[in-house]
Design a protein around this ligand. Sequence first.
Ligand code: GLN
Length: 525
Amino acid sequence: MSDVEQVSSVFDTILVLDFGSQYSHLITRRLREFNVYAEMLPCTQKISELGWKPKGVILSGGPYSVYAEGAPHVDMDIFKLDVPILGICYGMQELAWINGKQVARGEKREYGPATLKVEDASSPLFEGMDHSRVWMSHGDKLHGLPSGYKVIATSDNSPFCGITHEEKPIFGIQFHPEVTHSTQGKTLLKNFAVNICKANQNWTMENFIDTEIKRIRELVGPTAEVIGAVSGGVDSTVAAKLMTEAIGERFHAILVDNGVLRLNEAANVKKTLGEGLKINLTVVDACDEFLDKLKGVTDPEKKRKIIGNTFIHVFEREAAKIQPKSGEEIEFLLQGTLYPDVIESISFKGPSQTIKTHHNVGGLLEDMKLKLIEPLRELFKDEVRHLGELLGISHELVWRHPFPGPGIAIRVLGEVTREQVEIARKADFIYIEEIRKAGLYNKISQAFACLLPVKSVGVMGDQRTYEQVIALRAIETTDFMTADWFPFEHDFLKKVASRIVNEVDGVARVTYDITSKPPATVEWE
Ligand code: GLN
């Protein structure tokens, strides 16, 4: 059984078929917010190959026009499932196309807010939501009612803003309830999933822990062993703790100290994960190996490649040394993949759809002949954090800022030497310490210090100095796609700058990065 089959056999599931809208994943997100489990699959999904029965189906929006040649169409078998169906925008146009083809280009595109006028107050879809603001984003529209349907809502510009089948629980809406601009969109989705589909609201992390532990035990069996890398970050720690809860010592965590981790990180991970969370952990000191390979390299992409490849090499070598007590071979590799990565690889991108693979894992799987185990692949980041808290992982770790795989190597601009890494990590440590002291850590999405490969003149104790420059970065973002720099108080920046110049040898000057993303990226390299 696949992962999805398993989860869907325990939790009532709403199937979201993705027609490629930029908002599709938000439908899943919203349903889970009121504890209904939802799974998104591409619109090309064959229902006969599903392997589980959804409680209801939602057809998402999409950039295509239903009447265009090559436009994606739903598998007609969804109607044989005999469960409620909700079509959103393209999804509604698809319902209309199937039942009479009355869809064509509108006179003008409609993008932005509209007011929903409920015409049939007895429709369970709109319970509690007349005159609410809804968000429109379409160029095509219905030019007549599909056969067997009636109008249940209108808006100034859309006479077919909401429709329903006369007898069956099949609905279509022109607007997007999944975006927060639709003020009562969540009410609508809840009306559909809970009242109409009768989906159980049992998707909680408490329930997930039980199901997942059971699933891991079944998958791994009574004797097999599992290996996985930890980084000190949220995802790998939560995944490792969950594995430990499920199979104890048969899970082997490896932390590869690559010489470009944060200050004291390897020791801290040993303490928190090994001693605190009782994860069966091996810390491998491979600092020299990584730093030797990085010698003379200044190109950021090359740095990333070297670190990625060396990691695979070291990990494989250390994995081979592990001698499981059971005498069994290691059979599985743990990976902390999250749902957004899964969505990224399955979302419908038209006929030229490509599947993204995580290259570092891909390499390991091929070389080591391991099977992949991904306990977090159904979860969004905030669900992972909640799960981490339930598993007894400290608040501090659970809410940690993201840290890139190549670590400080891409925060030391230019050549990465031991000395340069030391300067960068000390400056970073002071910066983060002050951010925490000021109570700002959780208001910032990511903060770090960068060491620039330029020297600048300074004066200290009447002596002329000629040392390097530290650049501080702090950003606020919800999705890391766009980001703004964090508006620190001047006194805060003054304090951090003074501490860094005074306490870190080799730094003569501190600057604060005030570029947003875009045009800049979050990291400097
Ligand atoms: N492409 C269709 C239109 O323009 C559907 C848009 C959508 O689903 N948001 O009407």
